[in-house]
Design a protein around this ligand. Structure first.
Ligand code: SF4
Ligand code: SF4
Ligand code: SF4
Length: 274
């Protein structure tokens, strides 16, 4: 096994450490050093497992990062890391918690690592990926417009709180985080069974995709196909949970901005073309 393969986990670790140290020093808060070092180390560890061909490498990262964010940041530190939390901190005019999280993982990060958040860190998908429909059993439905409604609803909800001048907004945001997550899990599980597709919630309902899709169009990190090796067997398309036409190398390929970098297509390709 070549040492070159370990460059990527090393690079990921370096990027996260740079962010960790930069935020620690600029915000004078040790939490950022711990937070981004932990997430970077978890992702790098998962990549090493993947290189060593451990089947559940992605799920290990997903559980390490997802539970940390849900339990530690959300439930223990009372940070609303959902999209409502992002609007909340944005309207307060502070670059902290959810605004930093969104900037790094969901707004600017996707320029570098696309929808990697969705494959390796999201605590909603962490649960949905345990359901039985790992690959969709039917064609994708034309329901992606729903996410724009949930996106607008989240913005209207937080705007209404600010405009009405309610007291103890921080407490409300904590409970919004609890009920928001319960609603996501309930809707995600119901949709997965209704459409026989674990990722139906991600494809049609999740408002966060509104930020990530346009940015991940330009993602530096993406799966490409070596046309000289490909024998058009279609296995990659069959295992893709997000219906990406991964053999098309163009940026406008079908469902290209939906790729969660799960590597199932890469693992399945019999010719090593991806
Ligand atoms: S689309 Fe939404 S729910 Fe699905 S993995 Fe991404 S952030 Fe999580
Ligand atoms: S199977 Fe391949 S194309 Fe589909 S989401 Fe995973 S990495 Fe992306
Ligand atoms: S699995 Fe590999 S060989 Fe088959 S279509 Fe996909 S890229 Fe081509």
């Amino acid at each position: 096994m070549s040492k070159k393969q370990y460059l990527l986990p090393g690079l990921i670790l370096l990027i996260f450490e740079t962010v960790a140290i930069a935020l620690w020093l600029t915000k004078d808060n040790l939490f950022y050093l711990f937070n981004f070092s932990y997430i970077g180390a978890a992702i790098a560890f998962g990549l090493v497992l993947f290189i060593r061909r451990y089947r559940h490498a992605r799920r290990v990262v997903q559980l390490l990062v997802g539970t940390y964010m849900l339990v530690y940041l959300g439930l223990i530190c009372n940070e609303n890391m959902q999209i409502e939390g992002f609007w909340y901190y944005l309207f307060l005019g502070v670059f902290e918690a959810a605004t930093i999280h969104y900037a790094v993982a969901k707004i600017f990060g996707p320029l570098l690592f696309g929808r990697g958040w969705c494959g390796y860190a999201c605590w909603t998908a962490m649960v949905l990926d345990f359901l039985p429909y790992k690959t969709p059993k039917h064609e994708r439905k034309r329901l992606g417009w729903i996410r724009y409604i949930t996106f607008a609803a989240s913005l209207i909800f937080v705007s209404a709180l600010f405009l009405s001048g309610v007291k103890d907004m921080a407490r409300i945001m904590f409970w919004a985080f609890i009920f928001g997550n319960l609603a996501y899990y309930a809707a995600g599980i119901a949709l997965a069974f209704a459409f026989k597709d674990n990722r139906a919630f991600c494809k049609y309902v999740c408002p966060v995709a509104v930020f990530m899709k346009p940015m991940s169009y330009f993602s530096l990190l993406r799966i490409t196909c070596d046309k000289d090796k490909c024998v058009s067997c279609g296995r990659c398309r069959a295992v893709c949970p997000m219906d990406v036409d991964v053999t098309d190398n163009s940026r406008s390929r079908k469902n290209g901005t939906e790729c969660i970098l799960c590597m199932e297509c890469v693992k399945t390709c019999p010719k090593g073309a991806l």
